[in-house]
Design a binder for this molecule. Structure first.
Ligand code: DOR
Ligand code: ZN
Length: 448
């Protein structure tokens, strides 16, 4: 396994001591105090030996998790800073409990060379609220034809470890074969947006009864599944590490199971919106619900949920996709696909799977922190809450409700599909290398 030491001005610099008092790691046992010194967890116990001037945050038995990791967001910088910037995206991420995110390459210009990738990484470090790792594109300018220089991006200060043309599918099988062969030498991850473009010409909604009734052009499941199986077979025969972005159908779940049963190294993510919403919400023709891949049927949602519980799908990723109001408040056919996700992801997953489901907080840590960090080979994140580990942490309050209001979100855009929805769970605080990056009640992120 390649080691990816992080270089560049890692920030925030570790500072004095911090005590998280009265928290329950993984929601287990009696409340304890956690002492953080120099960005590392120094002590965990009923009482800790903190300096007199330590910063103390007091909690009432709230849950302490490893900082969340999102391997799929769109932060729009460079190019569409009117909809999101690395700074506003960092704030949204920190408020959502994330300490590391991977921002996709479909920026303007596309992140297809080392200098663009380095600019993203270095700027995010200057902001200091969340580690933002740039994803490099697989093909130049997302042209689907010419491979980028994986090696140069991997060796740059940004240490790019994931490549994806997300937003577009690498549909040419020969290009994907070559990308896999090339990627193996660097042990980097290839994340595929599975969409056969010939099957989705003009498509805006899941192909089914709802789209037929509403007169919307249908996006069939096979458009996704045919690429999933093709890429699984390419990974089987040519190696490399292939990852499936935003799985959305029951058929994809079946294919992931088949791949796993046959020893093919294929990982997959699912979004909160594909775990919660169905195409029934399209009845309103509200463009906020347009997303790629489209919201599907209850049978798909059920299969995706079970797959995440069983481990057939590895992790949750938001596909946080900010768009301006002029791009969303228009006819459904013309609305841009994508929805916000960073600030609502943990509340949705916790409510659906822990409060009203069979899972515990260790499982949340697994699917929202540990697995994404493992899949991306990300050091320092997704680590156990234990002495000696980096203090990248999230405190969650499972009893604090809040109502989603797009205008109040830290994101520069407000295209949330959960407007006015009550969330049962809140993120109380986020800590990045010992520094508090978001604190609920302070009502805003803590300044870097
Ligand atoms: O809905 C989506 N929006 N899906 C994608 O794959 C791309 C994303 C975007 O960039 O807006
Ligand atoms: Zn995406």
């Amino acid at each position: 396994m390649t080691d990816y030491p992080q270089v560049g001005p890692l920030s925030p610099a570790p500072r004095e001591e911090l005590v998280l008092s009265g928290v329950r790691p993984y929601g287990e046992g009696e409340p304890v105090d956690v002492l953080v010194r120099d960005g590392v967890i120094a002590e965990i116990g009923a009482s800790v030996d903190a300096a007199d001037d330590a910063q103390v945050l007091s909690f009432d038995g709230e849950i302490l998790l490893p900082g969340l990791v999102d391997m799929h967001v769109h932060l729009r910088e460079p190019g569409r800073e009117d909809t999101e910037t690395l700074e506003t995206g960092s704030r949204a991420a920190a408020r959502g409990g994330f300490t590391a995110v991977f921002t996709m390459a479909n920026t303007k210009p596309v992140t297809d060379d080392p200098s663009t990738a380095e600019a993203v990484w270095l700027k995010s470090q200057a902001v200091g609220l969340c580690d933002i790792h740039p994803v490099g594109s697989i093909t130049k300018d997302l042209d689907g034809k010419n491979l980028t220089e994986f090696g140069m991006m991997a060796d740059s200060q940004a240490k790019v470890r994931m490549f994806s043309d997300d937003g577009k599918c690498v549909d040419d099988p020969l290009i994907m074969r070559r990308a896999l062969e090339y990627s193996k030498g660097m042990d980097v991850l290839l994340a595929q947006h599975c969409e056969d473009p010939r099957l989705t010409v003009g498509a805006v909604a899941h192909e089914g009864a709802v789209a037929a009734r509403l007169g919307l052009s249908g996006w069939p499941r096979v458009a996704e599944e045919s690429i999933v199986i093709r890429d699984a077979l390419l990974a089987r025969d040519y190696g490399g590490r292939m990852h499936i972005c935003h799985a959305s159908t029951a058929g994809t779940v079946g294919l992931l199971k088949w791949a796993r049963a046959n020893g093919i190294p294929l990982t997959a993510e699912v979004t909160p919106h594909h775990l919660l919403l169905t195409d029934e919400v399209l009845e309103t023709y509200d463009g906020v619900y347009r997303v790629n891949p489209p919201l599907r049927e209850q049978s798909d949602v059920d299969a995706l949920r079970q797959a995440l519980i069983d481990g057939d799908i590895d992790c949750v990723a938001t596909d946080h996709a900010p768009h301006g109001s002029e791009e969303k408040c228009c006819e459904f056919d013309h609305a841009k696909p994508g929805m916000l996700g960073l600030e609502t992801s943990l509340p949705i997953i916790a409510e659906q799977f822990v409060l009203n489901g069979p899972c515990d907080w260790r499982w949340v840590a697994k699917v929202m922190s540990e697995r994404p960090a493992e899949i991306t080979r990300l050091p320092g994140h997704g680590r156990p809450v234990a002495v000696g580990e980096p203090a990248n942490l999230t405190v969650v309050d499972p009893g604090k409700t809040w109502t989603v209001n797009g205008e109040d979100l830290a994101s520069k855009s407000s295209n949330t599909p959960y407007e006015d929805m009550e969330m049962a769970v809140s993120v109380s605080a986020t800590v990045l290398r010992g520094k508090v990056t978001a604190l609920r009640g302070a009502d805003q992120n803590v300044e870097a």
